[in-house]
Ligand binder design. Structure first.
Ligand code: 5CA
Length: 436
């Protein structure tokens, strides 16, 4: 993308309405713009990050055996009356009336809809277990939307739903999702701690929140320091083998918000003192096992092996995809701007032409830009070098290729790694090899 041709409205001034770093940086780097309270338009650069995160979430859901589908944003009130949640959800639910006076709502979540969809089609125990997910916009009329996309009213969520024949099988589904979450956050280069959680209006009796560590986070979390060192992506966990499963599960349940008195702190008390950690973080995911609460309410049952009807055991599993964009920035920024992890960066590199109009600089930049195949931002503006450096740091791509007339004359450019600030003079040949 050439900066002179792109819609990338960066801001020099810090927007007054933004209280936290990620909100300020998302506005300043031209990732989003608010269109009304708690509702954001994703500008080209922001959308690329959102899509990259979405893709990692999708790959890990698929790898865990979940199947992608897409349910609508609008739902009928009747569905929610069946589960009893139409009234319970209160003012957070955006209620809409269509031209035939039918009561509709903009979905805040999809337990009712997915259960209703499956109950018409799944008849036998042989068709279970199933895990289905979609990545879809939600609306919750939060009283106080704030912190930009972190607590929006409209936000993008990945929500998955599992259906199993019995408790033991439902717990396996739950653990599969748990591991998929840990892998997802690790791939985004985040440290996430699963914390035993309240189930809230969703209901159920087994639930974890996933807290991404960031010093500015709203949630306080106590955790076992050993947890930060587990390589979720490269470890094998055998869900069918109970030994592995239990070890894994015990690790997961040893994380508590020690301030929540109602939690059983026995497991926490067994963590050696030197491994106990306290931190702050942002809730980016929440998973729930809730048994037959919705399947029963929506009238779902399947024929068991002996012909008797079985009401499936369910769980639901959410990741705040749009919130993750903010959470990543909270975890990864400095005074100068964003520091995108490689896995989700909107582009790999910024090319900074320090002397636009100089034949050698222009040729080198054009050549690099072509060879990076659309995976770079080319700062081809005629601005001062200082402006280009500042904007490149603000936007935060992993690499900066700095092309100035002195080096260019000798076929050399400067390569800067945004995360470390390390700079090195490199030849044109090696710059692409380094970046790729
Ligand atoms: N039905 C369940 C799981 S599918 C559910 O809705 N869970 S939730 O309410 O905890 O939401 C799941 C995730 O969505 C949260 O962990 C959070 O990351 C994200 N989320 C929730 N509310 C908002 C919001 N107002 N703005 C941005 N993200 C949100």
């Amino acid at each position: 993308m050439r900066l002179t041709r792109s819609f990338l409205p960066t801001l020099k001034e810090t927007p007054a309405e933004a209280q936290i770093a990620s909100h300020r940086l998302m506005l300043r780097a031209g990732l989003v713009r608010q269109t009304s309270a708690g509702i954001y338009a994703w500008l080209p650069l922001g959308l690329r990050v959102l899509r990259n995160i979405e893709q990692i979430v999708r790959e890990e859901q698929d790898a865990a055996g979940a199947q992608e589908m897409l349910m609508p944003t609008l739902q009928s009130a009747e569905l929610w009356e069946k589960s009893g949640r139409y009234e319970d959800y209160g003012k957070e639910m955006l209620r809409i009336v269509d031209r035939h006076d039918r009561r509709m709502l903009y979905g805040p979540t999809n337990e009712e809809m997915i259960t209703d969809l499956l109950q018409g089609s799944i008849k036998s125990y042989r068709e279970l277990p199933q895990i289905l997910y979609h990545i879809q916009w939600k609306f919750r009329d939060e009283v106080r939307p704030r912190f930009g996309v972190m607590r929006g009213r409209e936000f993008l969520m990945k929500d998955a739903y599992s259906f199993d024949l019995d408790y033991a099988s439902a717990v396996v589904s739950y653990r599969k999702m748990m591991l998929a979450y840990m892998r997802t956050f690790q791939r985004i280069d985040l440290k996430a701690i699963p914390m035993v959680a309240d189930t809230g209006p969703i209901g159920g009796d087994l639930s974890h929140e996933f807290i991404v560590l960031a010093s500015t986070g709203e949630s306080q979390v106590f955790y076992d320091g050993d947890f930060e060192n587990i390589d979720w992506v490269n470890s094998e966990f055998d869900y069918e083998k109970s030994g592995d499963l239990d070890a894994f599960y015990n690790q997961m349940t040893s994380m508590y918000a020690a301030t929540e008195e109602k939690h059983d702190l026995t497991a926490w008390s067994t963590v050696p003192k030197e491994r106990k950690r306290e931190g702050r973080g942002i809730e980016v995911g929440h998973i729930f096992y809730f048994g037959t609460r919705y399947s029963k309410a929506m009238g779902m049952s399947v024929a068991g092996p002996d012909g008797a009807q079985i009401i499936p055991e369910m769980g639901s599993y959410g990741i705040g995809v749009s919130r993750l964009v903010g959470a990543v920035i909270e975890a990864k920024h400095d005074e100068a701007g964003i520091i995108w992890p490689d896995a989700i960066a909107p582009y790999r590199a910024s090319i900074l032409n320090l002397k636009q109009g100089d034949a050698t600089c222009d040729t080198i930049c054009e050549d690099l830009y072509a060879k990076l195949g659309g995976n770079a931002i080319y700062d081809d503006r005629t601005d001062r070098a200082g402006v280009k450096f500042n904007d490149a740091d603000l936007i935060g791509l992993p690499w900066q290729i700095i092309v100035g007339p002195r080096g260019a004359a000798n076929g050399m450019v400067e390569l800067k790694r945004r995360a470390t600030g390390e700079r090195a003079e490199v030849s044109l040949d090696s710059v692409l090899a380094k970046i790729n």
